[in-house]
Design a protein around this ligand. Structure first.
Ligand code: AQP
Length: 332
């Protein structure tokens, strides 16, 4: 059985993008993989997080992941800061990865923006920690959204350079699993921008805890163009907002984009948005309700995370200890 690792930041309420690009695929992978899923709070603090809110968001995200269908008995679910191996291996990788490799990462450029001098050093070395998250478990498959492809290529470069520099075959190659028609869900306000939980505009995204009225309203207000929907996928080219909404529909309905357009080709957006709202509410309302139910008992969520961390550390600690031995750290 191949080992899966994937993570998500507790930097806000998870969005439809996080769900369709990542969490929903995590659920399916539980059937035929050994799965390790992590709430990556150490990644979250690469940009400012209110220390009073961070533990609450960590717990809420864990509840939401379980509500989406992750079974914490079958999969390991934990939060990153509870397993020290991540930070230990990340330091080694800070010394393996080259400055020039990191400087090419588009996510750093996007997140640091124009004020790059003021970005945290943690944001710059974020991909090294991500490589450590995966390789501390010798995980070989990583389900992510399209936005993480470049980071996974870098993780492979780090693994290869470590193996080369120390003359070993210790870290395995990693395969990115980028699945489904909504691997890149875009903002509802701008079809060229990724939907993000930390976007300042709440109208730009669907949060997994939005109530049905909010979902319907956000979709009604979603930016579109004046043309009716095309009958073929090629007709979506150069229409980013239309492509986004049709991709979301296809993903939620488990259909191909072509099937959706066979049904809605020629329709105006008001009819299509109504159908999309109905489908989205049917899929997301049970997740929101289950998250609320789980959060009524925070001690149980904390116990799940604690047990997950113990199981995760049992795998990662010996692997990272071996990496440290290969590097030459004295174990006196
Ligand atoms: N819009 C998206 N479409 C498809 N997949 C997405 N993911 C994120 N946004 C989209 C995938 O969700 C997983 C967890 O992401 P993350 O929370 O670790 O970080 P992120 O990619 O930076 O997500 P956000 O929502 O944009 O967070 P903030 O706003 O805090 O930066 C990843 O697999 C990601 O690909």
């Amino acid at each position: 059985m191949q080992r899966i690792f994937s993570g998500i930041q507790p930097s806000g309420i998870p969005t439809l993008g996080n769900y369709l690009g990542a969490i929903r695929n995590w659920v399916k992978l539980q059937d035929d993989h050994e799965c390790i899923y992590c709430v990556v709070d150490m990644h979250a603090i690469t940009v400012w997080q209110d220390p009073k809110l961070l533990p609450i968001q960590t717990r809420e995200l864990a509840a939401s992941i379980i509500a989406c269908g992750i079974d914490p008995k079958r999969s390991i679910l934990f939060h990153q800061s509870a397993v020290r191996a991540h930070a230990q291996l990340a330091w080694i990788f800070n010394c393996v990865a080259r400055f020039g490799w990191l400087a090419r990462m588009t996510q750093f450029k996007d997140k640091a923006g124009k004020d790059r001098e003021n970005a945290s050093a943690g944001l710059f070395v974020y991909p090294n920690l991500m490589a450590a998250d995966i390789l501390a478990y010798h995980a070989t498959r990583v389900p992510v959204g399209e936005d993480q492809r470049q980071h996974l290529e870098l993780a492979n470069d780090i693994a290869q350079k470590f193996n080369h520099d120390y003359g070993v075959n210790f870290f395995p190659p990693i395969e990115a699993l980028i699945l489904g028609p909504a691997a890149r869900v875009m903002s509802l306000r701008d079809g060229t921008k990724k939907m993000s939980k930390s976007d300042p505009s709440d109208q730009s995204r669907i949060n997994l805890n939005d109530d049905p009225d909010t979902i319907a309203l956000k979709l009604r207000r979603a930016k579109t163009d004046p043309l009716p929907l095309p009958s073929e996928p090629e007709g979506l080219e150069k229409r980013p907002e239309a492509r986004n909404l049709v991709g979301i529909y296809a993903a939620l309905a488990d259909l191909d984009v072509a099937d959706v357009l066979r049904e809605y080709g020629g329709a105006g957006f008001s009819r299509f948005k109504e159908a999309l709202a109905e489908l989205m509410i049917a899929k997301l309302a049970p997740i929101a309700a289950e998250t609320r139910r789980l959060l009524a008992d925070p001690a149980t969520i904390d116990a799940i995370l604690r047990e997950g961390a113990a199981r995760a550390a049992a795998i990662a600690d010996p692997i990272v200890a071996e990496a440290e031995r290969l590097v030459g750290f004295l174990r006196a």
